[in-house]
Design a protein around this ligand. Structure first.
Ligand SMILES: [Zn+2]
Length: 263
C-alpha cells in the first residue's frame, strides 16, 4: 500500500511522542501518574486541559504547561520521524501532516511548516486568555522555572492590553477564547491539499491517535470510507481496530512499527 501510494497523509496523536519520551496521558490516571501534584490538588484531565485552571490557579496552570514546554523543547523527536521524513521525500514531498499534538515536533523533525495542520493549536504560540486584542505571537518564554513539588511557577505571562493571563494558543476544552487564525490558515492549506490529491492514491498513516479524543481517528475512518483512493494504516499499541474493509490496523508502538513497514 505504501509502495503504491502517490501521496502520504501522516496523522498523529499523543501516542507518536511516547517513543521520544513524552507522556500519553489517556485520562486522569495517566495524568496523575505523570504529575502527582495535580492528583493531590484534585484536578482532573478535563480541568487541566481547559482554561479553567488558568483562571482558577495560573501558577499551577503555567507550572503544568511550562513543564511540558520545557520538555517538548528539550526532547528530540525519535528516529521514526526521520523515517517518515525520508518516506515523504521519496513521494516527491506530496504529503500533509494532520496532528492533534501541540508539541511542534513535526516542525522540529524538519517537516515543511506549510504542510502541517495542528488541529488543537501549538504550545509554541501564545495569546491572551480572552483574545482581547485578537493577536497570536511566538512563545517568547525561554524556559519556565517550575517547582516540581507543587508544580507551580512564578513565571506567568500577562497580557499587556487587558492584564489577564496569557495562555498557549491551544484549543482548550472551554475557559478561553481560542484565537483560531493560525489553525484556520493551516486547515485551509490542508483542504486544498486534499482536493489536489483527489485523483491520486493516498495512504493515511495514523500513528498513536487514540479514542480518548477521537478527532483524528474519526476523520481517517470517514475519509477512507468515502474515498476509494484513500487507504488507512492504523498504528496503535492498544486501539488498533479498523472499521473499513481494506484498511489495516497494526498493534504496536510508533517507532517499532514505522521502522518495520516503511519500505
Ligand atoms: Zn488581553
Amino acid at each position: 500500500m505504501i509502495q503504491e501510494a502517490d501521496a502520504i497523509l501522516i496523522t498523529a496523536g499523543a501516542g507518536i511522542g511516547v517513543d521520544s519520551g513524552l507522556a500519553d496521558f489517556r485520562g486522569n490516571e495517566g495524568l496523575w501518574k505523570a504529575y502527582p501534584p495535580l492528583k493531590k490538588a484534585g484536578y482532573k484531565f478535563t480541568q487541566v486541559e481547559s482554561g479553567y485552571l488558568f483562571n482558577k490557579n495560573p501558577k499551577l496552570a503555567w507550572g503544568f504547561y511550562g513543564h511540558r514546554l520545557n520538555l517538548y523543547r528539550k526532547i528530540e523527536p525519535h528516529h521514526g520521524f526521520q523515517l517518515l521524513y525520508d518516506l515523504v521525500k521519496a513521494k516527491n514531498n506530496n504529503y500533509f501532516i494532520f496532528t492533534s499534538n501541540i508539541d511542534g515536533h513535526f516542525q522540529k523533525a524538519g517537516f515543511d511548516t506549510t504542510k502541517i495542520y495542528e488541529i488543537h493549536g501549538s504550545i509554541e504560540y501564545l495569546q491572551c486568555i480572552n483574545n482581547c486584542n485578537n493577536k497570536i505571537f511566538d512563545n517568547y518564554l525561554k524556559t519556565v522555572d517550575v517547582d516540581m513539588e507543587t508544580l507551580c511557577t512564578n513565571d506567568i505571562p500577562y497580557c499587556k492590553s487587558c492584564y489577564k493571563v496569557i495562555v498557549p494558543n491551544i484549543l482548550f476544552f472551554g475557559g478561553t477564547v481560542f484565537n483560531e487564525k493560525r489553525v484556520k490558515e493551516q486547515n485551509k492549506r490542508f483542504l486544498q491539499w486534499l482536493s489536489d490529491v483527489q485523483n491520486l492514491k493516498v495512504v493515511i498513516l495514523e500513528i498513536g491517535a487514540g479514542n480518548t479524543v477521537p478527532t483524528i481517528r474519526d476523520f481517517n475512518d470517514s475519509y477512507s470510507r468515502r474515498y476509494e483512493n484513500f487507504n488507512l494504516i492504523r498504528i496503535n499499541p492498544l486501539e488498533n481496530e479498523v472499521v473499513n474493509i481494506g484498511d489495516i490496523g497494526i498493534k504496536g508502538k510508533a517507532l517499532d512499527i514505522v521502522g518495520k513497514i516503511i519500505p
